[in-house]
Design a protein around this ligand. Structure first.
Ligand SMILES: [Zn+2]
Length: 305
């Protein structure tokens, strides 16, 4: 198995080399770190940065619904459209993004280390856009270079600061994710910090800030200081360990179709709460359960053959 690991360099606390090493050691995969995903694949297909020509409707293999994905401007426009602007509604309003929104997305795509933060995106749409960006590139690549002699299972894992969500019918609201499984898998560093529920004391403490007697940032800093051992913080060095667990979930899904584990201390546990995330990824108890240890052992043995 080969894992291509893409990092946009927007999370200073994430040690990408260590993440790649851990992934290679546990899965036996050949792990290649490839920098920022969009730029990497733009280079592959020779797509230009900058504005789309006026006649560019970007038909990608003739699909009528495909946005113009031949330039980063087209991708930026599609990403701006994927923003969740009405958090209470599953169906987002049909709207044309403003020039300012598109320009901001394009800057984030074209500037190394520039994150798109503070916004929630429809995760399924973003994943589809990334798959299209890559698949059009794969076709161009296949047309220009000879295919590899032995087909290798390849897993693409994108690390991003974008917050990616799904609308849940049960409670009629959008939920952010730590990782979106599939091809490509997308691991969100903002999601690791924000998606799993924080301790209830955090939300109780936040209520103090709503009466405006204490500035919100003062309350936030105090809560983060007091609850640091029970939740991941932005720029938390534990993010690397938590990201490794999510990357293992992505590889497991690619290899077996099954990503998550019921065992609360297994690295494949789908944590809904920050305390569960820290226990399953960053504590002394964190490990692979016997079943998943066996799965990754068999992947390593296959890799050696
Ligand atoms: Zn397990």
């Amino acid at each position: 198995m080969k894992v291509s690991l893409y990092d946009e360099g927007t999370c200073p606390a994430l040690r990408v080399g260590e993440l790649a090493e851990g992934l290679a050691r546990l899965t036996g995969a050949r792990v290649e770190t490839r920098g920022e995903f969009v730029r990497d694949w733009a280079a592959t297909v020779g797509r230009t940065h900058g504005s789309a020509p006026t006649d560019d409707r970007g038909s990608c293999r003739g699909r009528p619904m495909c946005p113009p994905l031949t330039t980063t401007e087209g991708l930026a426009r599609a990403l701006a459209r994927a923003r969740v602007v009405d958090p209470l509604s599953r169906l987002q309003p049909e709207r044309e993004p403003t020039a300012v929104e598109v320009a901001a997305e394009q800057r984030a795509l074209e500037t190394a280390g520039k994150a798109s933060v503070g916004l929630l995106y429809d995760g399924a749409v973003v994943q589809w856009l990334m798959a299209e960006w890559m698949e059009c590139g794969s076709e161009a690549k296949a047309g220009s270079v000879a295919a590899e002699a032995a087909p290798t299972v390849e897993c693409h894992v994108i690390v991003t600061a974008r917050l990616l969500g799904t609308y849940m019918a049960e409670d009629r609201r959008w939920h952010a994710h730590t990782v979106l499984l599939g091809e490509p898998a997308i691991l969100s560093t903002s999601g690791l910090v924000q998606a799993p529920a924080r301790p209830k004391e955090y939300y109780q403490g936040q209520m103090l800030a709503t009466n405006r007697l204490i500035p919100r940032e003062v309350v936030e800093a105090e809560l983060q200081r007091r609850l640091a051992d029970r939740m991941l913080l932005p720029d938390d060095p534990r993010i690397t360990a938590a990201a490794l667990g999510c990357a293992l979930q992505a590889v497991s899904f690619q290899a077996t179709g099954e990503a998550f584990c019921e065992e609360p201390v297994c690295r494949l546990y789908n944590a809904r709460r920050q305390e569960e995330l820290l226990r399953s990824q960053c504590s002394e108890e964190a490990r692979l359960c016997p079943r998943h240890e066996a799965l990754f052992r068999s992947l390593r043995e296959t890799a050696c053959e």
